[in-house]
Design a protein around this ligand. Structure first.
Ligand SMILES: Cc1cc2nc3c(=O)[nH]c(=O)nc-3n(C[C@H](O)[C@H](O)[C@H](O)COP(=O)(O)OP(=O)(O)OC[C@H]3O[C@@H](n4cnc5c(N)ncnc54)[C@H](O)[C@@H]3O)c2cc1C
Length: 459
């Protein structure tokens, strides 16, 4: 029997996951991956910077969500993973760096009497002490915003000082508008506990091994993981070949690219919601419109290498977050050498400084020189950095991070159902499905591969 031909659009972690899953059934499927860029990996890209292998985008992934760990286990590289040596981070508040409460869950302190209590109102500290019982009961809601949940259970000062900066660090979003069911389903469940959100979070925390790793990376960078995953794929990866349109052809699809065209049985789009919307526009206006409504934030990441003697950074801290209320351009600063042993040679101090939020796209209006100058100003205010860096590197990531509005998961499910009816054989996945993190992207790749297998697989 003829194999089914599947085109995967995009060779980021989602596309590679789809291709890997399908190539495990290589007797049934012939997979071809199209990638616009000359490199594979999408936002997982590592290159030499100041003598280190430093990531240009994502630099780690959550160890406690199953999807990435499971995939990389299968690929056979998990033994090589390392976890951060420092776990604590600070927040820029009232003109100084204040350690985030420890322990905390997404910034929600489990106990009120930590140093961080200085920035909490007395009323909110009391709410934490009382277990975080919501003022307005949260019962049947399938989704609410993280902001309304946290404000309701533990108050505005906890939300604004800790939770919003932490969460907006993850997807450059506004936690007041963020879908809790998508970004933090465990909070929604915990808030329904009869004794309150904090009580429920404490119960879970007490069952967790505090020593178990929270994040993993590879000492050679995320690019190495991509390389190892790609080596396991049976199929062709066509770099610098962009998919420009998809047209129906009887029961198949013609995939037109920058250099030619291919006839395939199935197409899996793993590019951003906006890019997928453009490709689907002539095929399903409804799906295209729904996808184009998913907003994406642009971010820029500037990596700095300083002479270690020239800067003073808090020992054992992985970095700090900057709340939007500060008005600063920077949103976070990560001390790479404090986090990862392999990025610390004792002579150079590496920092990755992030900027950009869905409601603050100033970085996009600045040229490279202005961007670095503004971030150096922020480093001067927050850390007292006076001396210029030895080197810097700018990575701009336009429209990179999807925003998840309340009700997102239900809307996504509806979109996928409409797609199945209107364009059978075209599948969607990507970091705009279940969250922007690597595990969530892999989960969406797994699910898309399962849908292809269900439709075309032989058992
Ligand atoms: C600065 C930054 C830091 C991050 N840090 C972390 C982190 O530490 N941990 C974490 O878990 N997550 C992090 N993320 C998020 C995470 O990296 C991404 O959400 C995830 O890598 C997305 O993978 P993807 O494959 O879905 O998309 P992408 O990586 O964007 O891949 C999509 C690919 O599709 C290609 N493409 C697009 N259109 C076409 C077309 N028409 N034809 C062919 N190819 C096409 C693109 O070139 C791209 O390579 C970070 C993101 C950024 C921007």
């Amino acid at each position: 029997m003829n194999k089914k031909r599947v085109a995967v659009v995009g060779a980021g972690i989602t596309g590679l996951t789809v291709a890997y899953r399908l190539s495990k059934k290589s007797e049934d499927f012939e997979v071809v991956i199209f990638e616009t860029d000359e490199k594979i990996g999408g936002k997982l890209r590592t290159s030499n910077f100041a003598g280190f292998q430093l990531d240009e985008g994502a630099d780690a992934f959550l160890a406690r969500a199953p999807w990435a760990v499971e995939l990389f286990d299968e690929v056979g590289i998990s033994e090589e993973f390392v976890s951060p040596r420092s776990r604590s981070a600070s927040i820029w508040a009232n003109g100084s760096l204040i350690p985030l409460p420890s322990p905390n869950v997404l910034g929600i302190p489990l106990y009120p009497d930590s140093e961080a209590s200085d920035v909490l109102s007395a009323e909110d500290s009391q709410k934490i002490r009382d277990g975080g019982i919501p003022e307005n009961t949260i019962t049947g809601e399938t989704d609410i915003s993280i902001g309304s949940l946290v404000r309701n259970c533990v108050g505005d000062s906890v939300f604004e000082n800790f939770v919003d900066p932490l969460l907006s660090g993850i997807n450059a979003g506004k936690a007041d508008a963020m879908s809790c069911a998508t970004m933090a389903p465990h909070l929604l469940e915990a808030a329904r506990h009869k004794d309150g959100l904090v009580t429920a979070l404490k119960e879970t925390y007490e069952k967790t091994d505090p020593e178990s790793p929270v994040f993993y990376t590879h000492p050679e960078g995320m690019g190495h993981i991509v390389k190892k995953l790609a080596e396991k794929i049976v199929g062709s990866i066509r770099k610098t070949e962009s998919v420009t349109s998809i047209e129906p052809s009887k029961e198949q699809w013609i995939v037109k690219t920058s250099t030619g065209s291919e006839i395939v049985d199935a197409v899996v789009l793993t590019n951003s919601a906006q890019d997928a919307a453009n490709l689907l526009h002539p095929l399903s206006l409804t799906v295209s419109t729904r996808l184009s409504e998913i907003e994406h934030a642009s971010v820029s990441l500037v990596s700095f290498a300083f002479e270690t003697l020239d800067v003073e950074i808090p020992e054992n801290e992985s970095g700090f977050l900057v709340p939007r209320s500060s008005g600063k351009l920077m949103t976070a600063c990560s001390f790479s050498g404090n986090k990862w042993t392999h990025l610390n040679d004792g002579t150079k101090t590496l920092m990755r400084v992030s900027t950009g939020r869905i409601d603050d796209q100033r970085h996009e209006t600045l040229d490279d020189e202005e961007l670095v100058e503004c971030l150096m100003d922020d480093l001067k205010t927050t850390l007292g950095v006076e001396k210029p860096p030895l080197e810097f590197r700018i990575n701009r990531w336009p429209k990179a991070l999807a925003q998840f509005e309340v009700g997102h998961l239900q809307k996504l499910e509806e979109t996928l159902s409409i797609l199945e009816v209107e364009t059978p054989g075209i599948f969607l996945s990507g970091s705009y499905h279940f969250g922007v993190g690597i595990p969530a992207s892999i989960r969406s790749g797994n699910e898309a591969a399962t849908r292809v297998l269900e439709r075309f697989g032989r058992n």
